[in-house]
Design a protein around this ligand. Structure first.
Ligand code: 9MR
Length: 566
């Protein structure tokens, strides 16, 4: 099918840092040259040859690269390619991603359960409270002596997981770990951010206030024996209604080892962060540490309790499973966070990071979290320079080896991005893979100071904001052609035309598990792994949003802002 102009020129639709690299992609062209024009009066300010034609296997497109990195003058511009047309307008500026970066954090406010979002903070996306979760039933799979089946607990607050209204501990785990990592890496930058949320006037940074909203919910999910319920959910997904109209009974289900360990890791990390706020939050840090240790102990005693959803009956549970059979990486993450917080070497010995095969680490995703342990050790590297238990060189090498592979691919690949290094990058929630690759690259940059890692991280931000085979900016509200119809109940059910802003769509997913609900919308344009994306509500497999996808975007965009503006 023929594409012209802006459709054929793929670029970060927001823009570029004056000192940063600036690339775009032109599809299917015989042109040899491109130029940069001022947006206001179309004056040519730069021109250069296009790169050689290359094929991107993931989209089967033949593309040429545009590189105008040496053009640094702030302003608004468009790209022009003769025979193709003109691109969307973009900007070159310091802090060019600040609004998008902030909005991606604010998106968590919009995911808040159990509360009214007044117009003052939510603008036109104001909505009434729903899901009080003050009378959540204990599912028979979660029954204990003190809490028999069908008894109730109160478990209010927290963030909705995604486009649905479940609250799932495993996925909250990696989400919180990622957000807390950003905070620990760039506290000065985050301390000054104003998110315009109800807590904005208090004595805590807004960023921490927002994370506290979910942390306090997580704290309610621990049973008295230390184990943690896998999730809080209705038995079935409720249709596309607003929270206030969603009345299905809510349940907490079986405790699991993965949920308990993810919980333990988050609580340990939170404990050391909130230790700095003893005056504002007296006792919180201590309580968090007690909960973390108790969870860890439960997991030591119950090391392989899997969550197998199909075994649950009366009622059967049919919502997001987040099942995982491998517990090793969660153990490593929890043990490491407990070590960093307490200094107790036993925990670090448990983690046994250095003796783990390099191949056991990877770009983090909800079932694979041990790389988060590497990040936490690295971040606290100063403390471990002389350490007898931590071998920093080994930990650093794990990270830089993974990062080098991404840099190598981005240098040679047709789109010039780390994204696509492996065909498997394109699966459910592929955009979180791109974002998490970015987080990994920023960590490598922090270790080495080598600019190539920062540039490659920025390449993946460009990917997410438009330099990809769909031509979409996947962040709602940002970019001339951005995701408009995410699978997101509040955005679907409200009367507002624009989707809730700052949400990252899942992205291309050749699995197309939603074929039944919107199969007729998948056309031949969606045949390749990198193009298998449709901007339709029905597409829960390519166009849902989720907190564990937003979090690495938050990290990537805000880390780049923090680094570029320092
Ligand atoms: O992100 C999850 C993905 O890795 C799984 O393949 C998929 C199917 O189990 O589920 C995804 O998570 C969804 C969760 O189960 C329910 N809430 C929405 C999540 C995002 O689609």
């Amino acid at each position: 099918y023929a594409q012209t102009g802006a459709e054929q020129i793929r670029l970060n639709q927001i823009g570029f840092y004056p000192e940063g690299s600036k690339k775009a992609i032109v599809i299917d062209t015989n042109a040899e040259e491109f130029s940069v024009l001022t947006a206001e009066d179309g004056k040519e300010v730069f021109s250069e040859k296009l790169g050689e034609a290359k094929k991107w296997p993931h989209s089967s497109e033949i593309v040429k690269q545009v590189d105008f990195s040496s053009f640094r003058k702030p302003g608004k511009y468009i790209l022009k390619v003769i025979g193709v047309g003109e691109s969307y307008t973009f900007e070159i500026a310091e802090e060019v991603h600040s609004e998008a970066a902030k909005a991606s954090i604010k998106a968590f406010y919009f995911q808040r359960a159990s509360t009214y979002l007044p117009e003052q903070y939510a603008g036109k996306w104001t909505r009434e409270a729903g899901h009080p979760d003050s009378e959540v039933k204990i599912h028979n799979s979660a029954a204990s002596e003190n809490r028999p089946a069908e008894s109730v607990i109160s478990s209010p607050g927290g963030w909705y997981d995604a486009g649905d209204y479940g609250k799932y501990i495993v996925n909250s785990g990696i989400t919180m770990g990622t957000l807390f990592s950003l905070y620990e890496d760039f506290p000065e930058y985050l301390d000054t951010l104003n998110l315009n949320i109800p807590e904005s006037g208090n004595n805590l940074p807004d960023f921490l206030d927002e994370t506290l909203y979910n942390l306090r919910w997580m704290m309610t999910m621990q049973d008295e024996d230390g184990g943690v319920y896998h999730k809080l959910t209705s038995a079935d997904f409720q249709g596309s209604v607003l929270p206030k109209d969603a009345g299905f009974q809510r349940w907490v289900v079986q405790k699991s080892t993965t949920a308990t360990l993810d919980f333990s890791a988050v609580m340990a990390q939170a404990s050391r962060i909130f230790a700095g706020y003893e005056t504002e939050l007296p006792g919180l840090s201590d309580s968090l540490l007690v909960m973390s240790k108790k969870a860890y102990k439960w997991a030591e005693e119950n090391p392989e309790v899997q969550y197998v959803q199909k075994e649950l009956k009366e009622p059967a549970i049919n919502t997001g499973a987040y099942g995982d059979r491998n517990f090793e990486d969660e153990f490593q993450w929890a043990a490491t966070e407990l070590f960093v917080t307490t200094g107790e070497e036993k925990y670090y010995r448990d983690a046994a990071l250095e003796s783990t095969a390099a191949t056991a680490f990877g770009v983090p995703s909800w079932p694979n979290v041990n790389t988060l342990a590497l990040y936490s050790i690295t971040r606290n590297g100063e403390k471990y320079k002389e350490s007898e238990v931590v071998d920093l060189d080994v930990i650093h090498t794990f990270i830089t080896q993974m990062a080098d592979e991404l840099v190598e691919y981005s240098k040679t690949s047709a789109y010039g991005t780390p994204m696509g290094v492996n065909e498997k990058n394109f699966s459910w929630g592929s955009n979180s893979e791109a974002a998490n690759q970015g987080v990994l690259l920023i960590n490598a940059y922090k270790i080495t100071g080598d600019q190539k890692y920062l540039d490659a991280a920025n390449d993946n931000l460009d990917y997410l904001l438009g330099r990809n085979a769909t031509g979409f900016s996947f962040l709602t509200g940002f970019g001339e052609k951005s995701t408009r119809d995410p699978h997101h109940r509040p955005s679907e059910a409200d009367d507002v035309e624009d989707p809730v802003p700052g949400l990252l769509a899942g992205g291309p997913n050749p699995g197309q598990q939603d074929k039944e609900s919107c199969g007729h919308l998948y056309t031949k344009n969606h045949h390749s792994p990198a193009t298998s994306y449709i901007d339709e509500r029905c597409s829960y497999a390519s166009n849902e949003i989720a907190i564990n996808w937003n979090a690495p975007f938050v990290y990537l965009a805000n880390a780049l802002e923090a680094i570029r503006s320092s």
